[in-house]
Write a protein that binds this ligand. Sequence first.
Ligand code: NAG
Ligand code: NAG
Ligand code: NAG
Ligand code: NAG
Ligand code: NAG
Length: 269
Amino acid sequence: MMKSFIVVLFWWTVSASHFHLNKPGCTWEQAREFCEKHYVDLAVLSTEEQYHRLQDDIPAQAGLVWLGLKRDNQQSDWKWVSNEELSYRYLRWYRKPDGFICGSLIAVVTEDRRLLGRNCEEPLSSVCQGPVGPQKASLESVGCDHVTVTWNVSASMRSVDHAYSVTMCGTTCDTFPVYYNHTDINHTSITINLPNLTSSSSYVMNITATVTRPDAATGKSTTLQSSTLTMPITTGRHYRRITYTTGVVCSLCMRVITCVFISPYSPPT
Ligand SMILES: *[C@@H]1O[C@H](CO)[C@@H](O)[C@H](O)[C@H]1NC(C)=O
Ligand SMILES: *[C@@H]1O[C@H](CO)[C@@H](O)[C@H](O)[C@H]1NC(C)=O
Ligand SMILES: *[C@@H]1O[C@H](CO)[C@@H](O)[C@H](O)[C@H]1NC(C)=O
Ligand SMILES: *[C@@H]1O[C@H](CO)[C@@H](O)[C@H](O)[C@H]1NC(C)=O
Ligand SMILES: *[C@@H]1O[C@H](CO)[C@@H](O)[C@H](O)[C@H]1NC(C)=O
């Protein structure tokens, strides 16, 4: 079978940051291959909010577009390529998708039900998506001089190697890179320790996911970014610092006392 297919270039920009609309001419498989090469995957609309956002942004001229929605056979459930279920399946089909296993979205229809099952071999337009950053992060621990932050890797990012850029800004900014290796299947969350902070200080933490891909138009390597998760963080307050003559220094941070042994003082001879 011939592997090559028409080179697809943008013809509209879809404003919703991480969606990219391509010209018609690709079967579902070809569209997916293209999206995986230049972005992350075909569009995954895991929430109704994302569904409506794409619906609002896509121009009617796009006609029918492939989404990252498929099922194994005509009896099985529809799934996004990220392996997530189509959780709003009863609400959004334009017509019962009997007989089809590839999912598309109809841009020309103005009503709410726009998902449509199609023959996978049809050459349609398609929507790719770029990197998806964490939706939320939580603080595992807050110390006087460090914080530990954790977040879940978005379902669509679990199958690709990618990186996060974590920036902590107080009076100055520090950036901590984090790499995600998709071959580790148990790696579904990331925990990072941010050291060397000042006690009782306010910081703003930004987390952005990035992937490096060949640009769809020029072929040159380019780094795509997700939207940024921003979170304010305040470090703990040092209540007290206690120095014992025995060479132990303790400090009370939040409600935790930390002690360190320091080498006994030896007077210069
Ligand atoms: C990560 O996912 C788990 C299980 O789905 C959930 O309980 C937890 O709250 C999530 N953590 C964050 C930081 O979103
Ligand atoms: C990911 O992990 C696998 C197995 O541990 C290793 O072979 C591969 O080189 C790693 N990839 C990256 C990009 O570090
Ligand atoms: C992944 O987690 C499962 C269950 O927690 C465990 O049985 C398995 O050994 C883990 N695999 C790796 C590669 O760590
Ligand atoms: C934190 O500070 C220590 C000592 O000042 C230094 O050795 C270390 O490299 C710093 N760590 C980072 C990540 O900046
Ligand atoms: C952090 O994110 C906020 C909002 O997304 C942005 O205004 C700010 O410039 C970012 N700061 C850095 C250092 O990236």
